[in-house]
Design a protein around this ligand. Structure first.
Ligand code: UFG
Length: 355
C-alpha cells in the first residue's frame, strides 16, 4: 500500500493514529492536534467531501470505507494504535431526503471500519457520533444517560453505529469512545484548516456567505420555536477544542479505558439570531437576512452537559467560547477565502483577499 506525505516513515516509539476521514472539517483539525501531541498521523479519505490540501499532518492513503479490502490493507500497512473514524454523511435534512446513502455510509461503512480493525488485530477506536442521536429532548442540559430517540435517519444511523461498537466490545474486545458532537464550529486558530463543505448547510459558513456575497441572502430557519427569541438554540463548540478531546479519548483507550459515549459541547446554548448578530458585529457590516420555515428534522434546543468529558477525559473547551468561534470562522471565510465552496477546481485553493 502506497503512503504519500511528509512524515518520512514511522518512528517506532511514536503511537500511530489512523484518521479515517482526516481530509474533512473535524478530521483535519484532529490530525493537527494529534500531530501536536506527538502522534504519527495517517489520513485515510476518499476525498468525496474532504480536501487533499487540508491533509497537512502526516501521510495520506486515498481510499473508501465501503471498499473493505482497501481499508483492511490500510490497517495492515499502518498498524494503528488507535483508529479515529470521522467518515459520515452528516446533513440532517439530506438524510431525510436520501436515507439509503446515510445507512450505507454511516452504518455499513462503520461496520467495515470495525471489521477491518478486527481483521488487523486493532482494538481501539474513537468514533464521531452526534447530539442528533438524542432526537428532540425537552431538558435543558443533555447528559449521556438521556434517552436516545433520533428523529432523523442521520441520528438513527449514528446510533446504530454506536450500538454496533458496543456489541463489538462485548464479543470481540474492540473498545470505543463515541464522541457525541454538538455543533462543531470555528476554524484553526493559525488558519491552517477550517470549514469547507460543498454543498454548505451549516449556520456560520452560510451567515459568512451572506456577509461576503451580494447574491446570497442568509435565511433563518424558523422563528417560532419555544426559545428566548424564537430561533433554535444550539451548543457551539470550537472545532480545535473538539479535536483535543479526540486525543484525550485516544489516550484514555491506550490507558485501558472501557467503551464510553461522551458529549462534546460547551454547556451553553446560543440562538440562530444571536449567532447572526455576533458574526455581523465581528465583520462590521450588515447581514442581509430573511426568515424562512423550519428545516425538517431540526429540534428546538440542543445543549450538552459536558461533565462526563471533564471527569473522564479531563477535557473542557477553552474559555473564549463563542467569540473565538466567530472570530476564527470569519477569518477563515473572509481573509483567505479558504472556506469558499464550489466545484473542486484548483483555483479555489488560491488565497484571495476579500476586502
Ligand atoms: N440554520 C439557519 N440558517 C442556515 C443554516 C442553519 O437558520 O442557513 C439553523 C439551523 O436550522 C439550526 C442551526 O442554525 O437551528 C444550526 O444549524 P447547522 O446546520 O449549523 O447545524 P445543526 O444543528 O443542524 O447540525 C449539527 C451538525 C449535525 C448534527 C446536529 C445535531 O452539523 O451533524 O448538529 O443536531 F447532527
Amino acid at each position: 500500500m502506497a503512503l504519500s506525505g511528509d512524515s518520512g516513515g514511522a518512528d517506532t516509539a511514536m503511537q500511530t493514529v489512523l484518521v479515517i476521514g482526516g481530509a474533512g472539517y473535524v478530521g483535519s483539525h484532529c490530525c493537527k492536534q494529534f500531530a501536536l501531541a506527538g502522534w504519527r498521523v495517517v489520513t485515510f479519505d476518499n476525498l468525496s467531501t474532504g480536501w487533499r490540501d487540508l491533509v497537512k499532518w502526516g501521510d495520506f492513503i486515498e481510499g473508501d470505507i465501503l471498499d473493505l479490502p482497501t481499508l483492511k490493507a490500510a490497517i495492515r500497512a499502518t498498524t494503528p494504535d488507535v483508529v479515529a473514524h470521522f467518515v459520515g454523511l452528516t446533513d440532517v435534512a439530506g438524510s431525510m431526503a436520501d436515507p439509503a446513502s446515510y445507512y450505507r455510509t454511516n452504518v455499513v461503512g462503520s461496520m467495515n471500519v470495525a471489521d477491518a480493525m478486527r481483521a488487523g488485530g486493532r482494538d481501539k477506536i474513537v468514533f464521531s457520533s452526534t447530539a442528533a442521536t438524542y432526537g428532540a429532548p425537552q431538558v435543558e442540559l443533555l447528559t449521556e444517560e438521556h434517552r436516545q430517540e433520533p428523529i432523523s435517519p442521520y441520528g438513527s444511523t449514528k446510533l446504530i453505529a454506536e450500538r454496533m461498537l458496543l456489541h463489538y466490545e462485548t464479543a470481540y474486545g474492540l473498545r470505543s469512545v463515541a464522541l457525541r458532537y454538538f455543533n462543531a464550529a470555528g476554524a484553526d486558530r493559525d488558519g491552517d484548516t477550517g470549514e469547507r463543505h460543498h454543498p454548505e448547510t451549516h449556520l456560520i459558513p452560510l451567515a459568512a456567505r451572506g456577509l461576503l456575497r451580494d447574491d446570497y441572502v442568509f435565511t433563518i430557519f424558523g422563528e417560532d420555536f419555544d426559545t428566548r427569541d424564537g430561533t433554535a438554540v444550539r451548543d457551539y463548540v470550537h472545532v480545535s477544542d473538539l479535536a483535543r478531546a479526540h486525543v484525550a479519548a485516544a489516550d484514555y483507550l491506550v490507558a485501558g479505558g472501557i467503551s464510553q459515549a461522551i458529549n462534546l459541547g460547551s454547556g451553553t446554548g446560543s440562538t440562530v439570531m444571536e449567532i447572526a448578530n455576533a458574526i455581523e458585529a465581528v465583520a462590521g457590516r450588515r447581514l442581509q437576512r430573511r426568515i424562512g420555515p423550519r428545516r425538517a428534522g431540526d429540534p428546538a434546543v440542543l445543549v450538552a452537559s459536558n461533565q462526563k468529558a471533564k471527569r473522564l477525559l479531563g477535557w473542557s473547551p477553552r474559555p473564549l467560547g463563542l467569540s473565538e468561534i466567530i472570530r476564527t470562522a470569519w477569518r477563515w471565510h473572509s481573509v483567505t477565502d479558504h472556506g469558499w465552496v464550489g466545484p473542486k477546481t484548483p483555483e479555489i485553493l488560491q488565497p484571495r483577499l476579500v476586502t
